[in-house]
Design a protein around this ligand. Structure first.
Ligand SMILES: [Zn+2]
Length: 65
């Protein structure tokens, strides 16, 4: 749910979040940033970010532990 997603998001330290958001990989642009509106999830102890490329709008996802 939305509430659970927000709660999970707060568990991720700010500096790690910034690092992840600035290191997305887009198949069109290579290394890019996430556009606003991304979602963060915890999955099997890893952080999964799903969102869109800030440059071209393609879907990008990043999994990081
Ligand atoms: Zn792109």
């Amino acid at each position: 749910t939305e509430i659970e997603a927000l709660r999970e998001r707060r568990k991720i330290p700010e500096h790690i979040r910034r690092l992840l958001l600035a290191n997305a990989f887009c198949h069109n642009c290579g290394t890019t940033e996430f556009a606003p509106g991304y979602t963060l999830r915890m999955r099997h102890g890893c952080v999964l970010i799903e969102g869109c490329c800030a440059k071209c709008g393609a879907e990008v996802a990043r999994l990081c532990d």
